[in-house]
Ligand binder design. Structure first.
Ligand code: NAD
Ligand code: 0WE
Length: 258
């Protein structure tokens, strides 16, 4: 149990697929802090899992939204407007690139793969921020997007997802600038590698965890809950002076040269 009190806040946690999703760890810690939540899932394939997870929380319900569909984004915010009439925070924990774009040569990146990766993993934050900011009007709020250090450095095989994360982090800064005057903060959270659905089956992922453990100053990998705690910090009033920032939760890995 942590002492951050979010009992008077309601927010969206987007990107829950299963119990290993970073978004699920975030939802649990936000729930412990007392926040009211809408867990947003992509489609019917993951719906039963997400409904089962939401049932374990105190004040959570589920909403569907495929972020590649403008109509679904509009419908999501229309439902939230009716339900809460306001919004205090949004957590974006969504990424996708076609499997054919990961692991091979970056030189082989297709136009269609580039479009899809950038659309889902980066562009989506813009219309979501637009919808969320409208519900935050007058009272302020906070948004946090999950990112990865491959936006700044080369992680072989991450390929066009690195391009997408670089775009996502730029979008964070641009939105922080435009929404700042409305009291809305926008930050990125750059997580070290953690075992999730999105990391499973990535060739070389176990080796990456091992190298992270050896090279990071804390000499270990990070946990889902450590990422989640930092998200809760960023959406809470404890972070009231922070916006446009990309916070690394990676056991210090990013500071190392060799
Ligand atoms: P995950 O597979 O559990 O989460 C990814 C989510 O994206 C899933 O819930 C999936 O349904 C959702 N999604 C994909 N396409 C979508 C669409 N069109 N519309 C709506 N939702 C869609 O894996 P995760 O590791 O929890 O990933 C969450 C975030 O964390 C991603 O942004 C990822 O890049 C980031 N991240 C992960 C790691 C890691 O090592 N796992 C490290 C750093 C950052
Ligand atoms: O952001 C991610 C993974 C995002 C991801 C994962 C998949 C797998 C299934 C995006 N799209 C897809 N598409 C699929 O079809 N991570 C930070 C985890 C990750 O992914 C890597 C990594 C790491 C770390 C891919 C290559 C190299 C390292």
């Amino acid at each position: 149990m942590y002492r951050v009190d979010l009992a008077d806040k309601v927010g969206l946690v987007m990107g829950v697929a299963n119990e290993r999703s970073i978004a699920w760890a975030v939802a649990r810690i936000l729930d412990q802090a007392g926040a009211g939540l809408a867990l947003v899932y992509q489609n019917d394939r993951v719906k039963p899992y997400v409904e089962g997870l939401a049932a374990q929380l105190r004040r959570a319900e589920v909403q569907a939204c495929d972020v590649t569909e403008d109509g679904q984004i509009a419908a999501l915010f229309a439902r939230l407007k009716e339900k809460w009439g306001r919004l205090d925070f949004l957590v974006h924990s969504i990424a996708f690139a076609p499997a054919t774009e990961l692991g091979g040569e970056f030189l082989a990146t297709s136009r269609a793969g580039f479009r899809e990766a950038l659309d889902v993993s980066a562009y989506s934050l813009i219309p979501l921020a637009r919808g969320a900011a409208e519900l935050m009007q007058g009272r302020g709020g906070a948004m946090v997007a999950l990112t990865f250090q491959a936006s700044e450095r080369v992680f072989p095989g991450y390929n066009v997802m690195g391009t997408a994360k670089a775009a996502l982090e730029h979008i964070v800064r641009q939105l922080a600038y435009e929404l700042g005057p409305h009291g809305v903060r926008v930050c990125g959270l750059s997580s070290g590698p953690v075992r999730t659905l999105a990391a499973r089956g990535i060739p070389g992922f176990p080796e990456m965890l091992k190298s992270h453990e050896e090279r990071a100053p804390l000499k270990r990998n990070i946990t889902h809950d450590e990422v989640a705690k930092a998200v809760v910090f960023l959406v809470s009033d404890l972070a009231s002076g922070i916006t446009g920032e990309i916070l690394h939760v990676d056991a210090g890995y990013h500071i190392m040269g060799v």
